[in-house]
Design a protein around this ligand. Structure first.
Ligand SMILES: N=c1c2ncn([C@@H]3O[C@H](COP(=O)(O)OP(=O)(O)OP(=O)(O)O)[C@@H](O)[C@H]3O)c2ncn1[C@@H]1O[C@H](COP(=O)(O)O)[C@@H](O)[C@H]1O
Length: 105
């Protein structure tokens, strides 16, 4: 795990998700030498997929520790890697949101 984020202020989930998805999409054009996201988008498929599994496990471990800040931190790591995965496999953030919306009861 890297550095914990300081002074987290609640954000607008829609703006945050869309903004991050747009940044990730833009990294398709970035150099893998300078961008971790570009490396995940263009490097070996298994590197990204393993990362998703690893980050999910880290969320589980943080939950078992009942460590609120750590859960938030690891969930953000997982969510970022999930968005990179959606981008790599061509699922747009709008489709993803539509899938969630379609489940509203
Ligand atoms: N939100 C994130 C984000 N969350 C996590 N990470 C990276 O995900 C990795 C988390 O994995 P680990 O904690 O295991 O760290 P690590 O050991 O360095 O990872 P590995 O190299 O071993 O896979 C770290 O390298 C983090 O920097 C992220 N990297 C980028 N972003 C966003 O993506 C944007 C584009 O960033 P670039 O990737 O630099 O283009 C940034 O502006 C951010 O908004």
């Amino acid at each position: 795990m890297g550095e914990r984020t300081a002074n987290v202020v609640p954000g607008d989930i829609g703006v945050t998700m869309k903004g991050l998805a747009e940044v990730i999409h833009g990294r398709r054009e970035a150099s893998p030498e300078t961008s971790y996201t570009a490396r995940l988008l263009t490097g070996p498929e298994d590197k990204l997929l393993k990362k998703v599994a690893e980050e999910a496990t880290e969320v589980v471990m943080a939950c078992k520790d009942e460590d609120h800040d750590h859960i938030r931190y690891e969930a953000a790591d997982l969510f970022y890697h999930l968005l990179v995965t959606l981008e790599r496999y061509g699922v747009t953030i709008e489709e993803f949101a539509g899938e969630l919306d379609a489940r509203h009861r």
